[in-house]
Design a protein around this ligand. Structure first.
Ligand SMILES: [Zn+2]
Length: 176
């Protein structure tokens, strides 16, 4: 009889301990979250009910993303290397310019080509003097003045030739 009572107390105690452990585990948020995640994964894999249009929409979005990524990559590759070439010393003056795409000729053109003042680095006025029949420059800041300046067309031709030479150099460097 004593043994039975002891066994009974033992079972009840074990039951209480088990219950207490289960309750404490249940109250841990991580455990609940993990359980929810596992449940969600299980549901997503085996119980998902995607409609046809949802699948099509998903593929369409993926397709658009791929197109955009490809376009961005393409744009970067088509950017010519010479576009960073915007300054050069020609005929004793530092010339600066920018590159502009010409839709009519389908080519890059030199734009805003101007000499810098050798004294104060200001962009100078550059004009053709019909009376003297030569190009002249004058600085708007320090009044530096000079004539017999290299004609615009010659400076432009030298810049374009430099680009061509650089490109040929790069082409020759490429392994065959
Ligand atoms: Zn100046």
């Amino acid at each position: 009889m004593k043994r039975r009572i002891l066994a009974g107390i033992g079972v009840i105690t074990l039951g209480l301990i088990t219950s207490a452990i289960y309750d404490s585990i249940k109250s841990i948020p991580i455990w609940t979250t993990l359980k929810d995640v596992l449940y969600w994964i299980w549901n997503a894999i085996f119980c998902a009910e995607f409609t046809v249009w949802q699948i099509i929409l998903g593929l369409l979005v993926l397709f658009i993303i791929l197109i955009i990524l490809n376009k961005l990559k393409g744009d970067k590759q088509s950017e010519p290397a010479f576009k960073s070439y915007i300054s050069e010393n020609i005929g004793g003056y530092t010339w600066t310019w920018s590159w502009k795409w010409n839709d009519t000729t389908n080519s890059w053109n030199i734009n805003n080509l101007n000499p810098e003042c050798p004294k104060c680095k200001t962009i100078m006025h550059y004009d053709f003097d019909y009376g003297l029949d030569l190009y002249k420059v004058n600085c708007p800041r320090c009044d530096y003045y000079a004539f017999k300046i290299k004609p615009y067309k010659d400076v432009e031709a030298i810049i374009l030739d430099n680009v061509r030479r650089k490109r040929d150099e790069q082409e020759n460097k490429k392994p065959i």
